[in-house]
Design a protein around this ligand. Structure first.
Ligand code: HEM
Length: 258
C-alpha cells in the first residue's frame, strides 16, 4: 500500500516537472515570436529550443548567408537557442554599430561557462563595460605598429608585462595597471585567440593560392620584388610594401572566416 502511494507521488512529481519544462519551452518560443513581431524582424522560422541555430549549423558559410540576405533583407535574425541574434549586412548600419555607436555595443555575447574558470574569465573577450575599456587601453599600446616592429627581438607577452609595470609613478596607477589575474587572462587569450585563428587563415590562404594559380603567381612576384634572397633580413616594415598580400589575406578572411 505504501509503495503504491510512493509511486503515485513520484509519478505526479515527474509529470508536474515535465509539464513545467514543456511550458517554459513554449513560453520562450512565444516570447521570441513576440520579439520578432514587435521589431518587425524577418528571418528563418524559429523552432522550439533551437530557434534558428540548426538553420545556421546546417547551412553555414558566406554563400548561405548571402542567400539569406537576398531572401530576408540586409537586417534579419531570430533566436539562436535562447539568444536573440540580429544579422546586419548594411554597411551604414555596421559603421554605426562598430564605430559611431560602438559604446552601446561593446559587450559581446559569450556562452555561459565557455571561459571558466579564472583566469580564463578575465580576458578581453569576456570583460564588459568599464573593465573592458580599462584593460583594452592598457593592452592596445602593446600592439602599436612601433611595438610590433620590435617583436622579432622582444616577445609579445613581455610587451604586455611591461604594460603592467608602466606608469607606476603616476597618480592614476591603479587604473593603468593589470591585476595578476587580468595579466594571466590576457596572455591566455593571446595564445587561444591568436593560435587557431592564424592557423586557419594560413590553411585557407594555401587553399586559395592552390586553386587560383594566377593569384599565386602574382603574389610570388610581389614577394620576390620586396624580399631579398636573405630572409634573415625580413622586417615587419616590408609587409607594408605588399598591398597584394594584404588583399589576398583580406579576401580570404572575407570568404572563409565569417
Ligand atoms: C587571422 C587571425 C585572427 C582572426 C580571424 C581573429 C578574429 C577575431 C574576431 C572576429 C574578434 C572579435 C570577436 C568578437 O567581437 O566577438 C577578435 C577579437 C580578439 N582577438 Fe582576434 N583574430 C585573429 C588573430 C588574433 C591574434 C593573433 C591575437 C593575439 C595576438 C588575437 C587576439 C584577440 C583579442 C584579444 C580579441 C578581443 C579584443 C577586444 O575585445 O578588445 N586575435 N579576433
Amino acid at each position: 500500500m505504501e509503495i503504491l502511494a510512493f509511486n503515485t507521488v513520484f509519478w505526479n512529481i515527474i509529470k508536474t516537472l515535465l509539464i513545467l519544462f514543456l511550458f517554459s519551452i513554449l513560453y520562450d518560443w512565444v516570447q521570441m515570436f513576440l520579439w520578432k513581431r514587435k521589431y518587425k524582424i524577418k528571418g528563418p522560422f524559429p523552432v522550439p529550443v533551437f530557434g534558428n541555430l540548426l538553420t545556421y549549423i546546417m547551412a553555414p558559410g558566406a554563400d548561405h548567408q548571402r542567400k539569406r540576405i537576398e531572401k530576408y533583407g540586409d537586417v534579419f535574425g531570430g533566436p539562436s537557442a535562447s539568444v536573440k541574434v540580429l544579422n546586419v549586412a548594411n554597411i551604414e548600419l555596421l559603421k554605426k554599430i562598430m564605430i559611431k555607436d560602438h559604446v552601446e555595443f561593446q559587450n559581446r555575447f559569450v556562452f555561459p561557462g565557455a571561459f571558466d574558470p579564472p583566469p580564463a574569465d578575465k580576458t578581453l573577450l569576456t570583460m564588459e563595460d568599464e573593465v573592458w575599456k580599462r584593460v583594452r587601453s592598457i593592452i592596445t599600446p602593446s600592439f602599436s605598429a612601433g611595438k610590433l616592429k620590435q617583436t622579432s627581438r622582444v616577445d609579445l607577452l613581455q610587451l604586455m608585462l611591461n604594460a603592467e609595470l608602466q606608469d607606476d609613478e603616476n597618480e592614476s596607477k591603479i587604473t593603468k595597471r593589470l591585476s595578476a589575474e587580468e595579466l594571466t587572462g590576457q596572455m591566455f587569450i593571446v595564445i587561444v585567440a591568436g593560435y587557431e585563428t592564424t592557423a586557419s587563415l594560413l590553411q585557407y590562404v594555401a587553399y586559395v593560392l592552390a586553386t587560383n594559380p594566377d593569384v599565386q603567381d602574382k603574389l610570388i612576384a610581389e614577394i620576390d620584388k620586396c624580399i631579398s634572397e636573405d630572409v634573415s633580413e625580413l622586417k615587419y616594415d616590408v609587409i607594408q610594401d605588399m598591398p597584394y598580400l594584404d588583399q589576398v589575406i583580406n579576401e580570404t578572411l572575407r570568404i572563409f572566416l565569417y
